[in-house]
Design a binder for this molecule. Structure first.
Ligand SMILES: Nc1ncnc2c1ncn2[C@@H]1O[C@H](COP(=O)(O)OP(=O)(O)OP(=O)(O)O)[C@@H](O)[C@H]1O
Ligand SMILES: [Mg+2]
Length: 267
């Protein structure tokens, strides 16, 4: 499989008052094109820090990132802005990520405009096509974000993320706030989009039962370190690190992981 992303020895510490936290400690991982890597770990283990370093929202203290065959940390300014089209994100809290009064159309139009994805005259058509793709009626374009349900907001966030035709989407607790039936539908949409478009996901969740439904491999984070990486099945059936064992023990019932190379969606 083609390597899409490779991080080596990423590190990041935070110092607040007299306290120092090593949020990322020599974190190395790889991700193939079209693959879903689940990132699991207890609260505070460093998952969001890793996501933010990858997305270039915060800086790493050390380490390297190769993305699409290039040194991802070498890009800056206009070059970085332009390249961000290839690595998009979906976060848990869409309301705080966007202006809640913004319309659905403007939220999806932003990346189309900034990245010049289609000609200006084509953008309304493209917005309608993206809404349709994520299962929302075109009439929703005029609604404001705060008028949507949690699941509908995540659909808009997904439409925005795929608008620039990325090769990687980083999802940080993207379905955690949704109730179980809505969550299943969103996971199903994400898997279908991946199969259609070959998008890779770094799928962050503290919940292994979510990760088993979508991940090909799972990596487990503990105190800033990636302590165990294996197929979803191996992590769930035979976890070896104390951190992975604790996560598996927290899952209430028997779960069946997605198979490598075939989709098995136990939503
Ligand atoms: N801006 C910051 N300033 C100070 N400390 C921070 C900052 N951001 C993160 N941290 C600390 O770094 C550690 C890792 O935080 P991070 O948000 O990456 O964890 P997480 O695995 O995403 O947790 P959760 O599952 O609760 O979202 C925590 O100890 C956190 O308090
Ligand atoms: Mg987090």
């Amino acid at each position: 499989m083609t390597e899409l992303l490779a991080t080596k020895n990423l590190s990041r510490r935070f110092v607040s008052r007299d306290r120092e936290v090593i949020a990322l400690d020599d974190a190395s991982l790889t991700l193939s094109a079209g693959e879903t890597l689940g990132l699991a770990g207890a609260s505070g283990s460093g998952k969001s820090t890793l996501a933010r370093v990858l997305l270039r929202l915060i800086q790493a203290d050390g380490g390297t990132i190769r993305f699409e065959g290039e040194d991802w940390l070498a890009h800056s300014g206009r070059e970085l802005r332009w390249r961000r089209a290839r690595m998009q994100m979906v976060f848990q809290d869409v309301l705080s990520a966007f202006n809640p009064r913004a319309t659905v159309a403007s939220v999806i139009d932003d990346p189309l405009r900034i990245h010049n994805v289609v000609a200006k005259s084509e953008r309304p058509h493209e917005i309608a096509a993206l809404l349709d793709r994520v299962g929302l009626p075109g009439s929703y374009s005029a609604r404001s974000i705060r008028e949507l349900s949690g699941g509908q907001r995540q659909r808009v966030a997904i439409a925005r993320a795929i608008a620039t035709r990325p090769s990687l989407i980083v999802l940080d607790e993207a379905v955690s706030a949704l109730d179980v039936s809505v969550r299943g539908k969103i996971l199903e949409l994400l898997v279908t989009l991946q199969e259609e478009r070959g998008i890779a996901y770094l799928f962050i969740s503290h919940d292994l039962s979510v990760l088993r439904a979508v991940s090909h491999r799972i990596t487990v984070m503990d105190a800033g370190k990636l302590v165990e990486t294996a197929s979803a099945r191996k992590i769930i059936d035979a976890p070896s690190s104390p951190a992975a064992k604790a996560l598996v023990a927290a899952v209430p019932r028997l779960i069946i992981p997605r198979q490598e190379g075939q989709a098995e969606h136990g939503f």
